[in-house]
Design a protein. Structure first.
Length: 321
């Protein structure tokens, strides 16, 4: 297998082709024509391309590579960054990054990436827009609150502010309904199974479906928990360094926040989650530590109902991790 490293930017992408003694570098425009031009250079089925996750900048290239039946891997930029430190690299350029990505592929042999389904892509676009609207709404509400402290508020400015707030609130409401509708249409069984778990509502269920690619990217809750950063880390070296219990905080922070809120409901209505929480509190664990354990329990329940293709039965013991 020959590993090709690709460093993608907004305008162009740099490709490092492996040769006998070094890497040959080429630069292509990051548009449809440039992507297709690059793919025509891959006349060997023994190639596997590796590139960093750069959001929308790499989406077209990923799609065209998979359309051409070329093996491609997507890696977290943090992995390349740590790999560069391991290689004692102190310089960062597009050319060097492309070489490092190719070397990473050769040494680490990452899994082949599977592009999300069209339904998941649609949902993620709606989610991105929804989150931006929520940020704008928070900003406008802060401005509105600041106006309350003024002795006299300008009528025109206040009217425009209220109009903007009303518009964004309407967009948020419509997007929320649209996301639930698309999820219900495309992933109805998964949505029903997930929402049967006490503590998981439509919002959390939809986010879990998006994050897991319809539960195709992960085969266990343990791997998914590690991916989104809700599993505890552990460090041990000799007799002096022993650190345990701090979550890694990788992945999507908004999904972690939603799961944290879901855990509040779970300790009230979900029997297994409540018993777990109470047991940890009796042992003297802090509330946040106990709630993080509840989140992991919820994820295990979520994967169990999806894998078994059944609704959740409260207080039933599932064997799936």
């Amino acid at each position: 297998m020959k590993w090709i490293g690709i460093d993608v930017s907004k305008i162009s992408f740099t490709v490092a082709y492996p040769t006998e003694n070094a890497y040959r570098l080429e630069i292509f425009k990051n548009d449809c024509k440039g992507n297709k031009q690059f793919i025509t250079t891959l006349n060997n089925d023994n190639y596997q391309c590796v590139l960093e996750a750069t959001g929308t900048y790499s989406t077209l290239l990923l799609y065209l590579l998979q359309e051409a039946h070329m093996a491609v891997s997507m890696v977290n930029p943090k992995q390349i960054n740590h790999f560069a430190k391991m290689m004692l690299s102190v310089t960062k350029t597009d050319n060097l990054d492309a070489k490092l990505i190719a070397m990473y592929g050769e040494k680490m042999k990452p899994d082949i990436y599977k592009i999300p389904s069209l339904a998941i892509q649609r949902l993620r676009q709606k989610r991105t827009l929804l989150r931006q609207f929520k940020k704008q709404l928070r900003m406008l509400l802060n401005v509105q609150e600041s106006f309350l402290a003024l002795p006299k508020v300008d009528h025109t400015a206040n009217k425009a502010l209220k109009k903007s707030i009303a518009f964004i609130e309407k967009q948020i409401q419509e997007l929320n309904l649209d996301i639930v509708a698309v999820t219900r249409n495309e992933f109805s069984k998964q949505l029903d199974h997930l929402t049967s778990i006490k503590g998981i509502g439509n919002g959390v269920a939809t986010e879990l479906i998006m994050a897991t690619g319809g539960f195709e990217y992960f085969n266990s809750a343990k791997k998914f928990a590690k991916y989104i950063g809700v599993c505890p880390s552990y460090q041990q070296s000799g007799t002096s360094i022993k650190t345990k219990g701090i979550i890694t905080r990788h992945g999507d922070p908004e999904l972690r926040s939603l799961l944290y809120i879901a855990s509040w409901s779970a300790i009230r209505y979900n029997t297994q989650c409540r018993e777990l929480y109470e047991r940890l509190k009796i042992k003297g664990k802090p509330s946040k530590v106990a709630l993080m354990a509840v989140i992991n329990k919820l994820l295990r329940q979520a994967f169990a109902v999806i894998i078994s293709n059944t609704d959740y039965v409260d207080n039933y013991t599932y064997s799936t991790e």
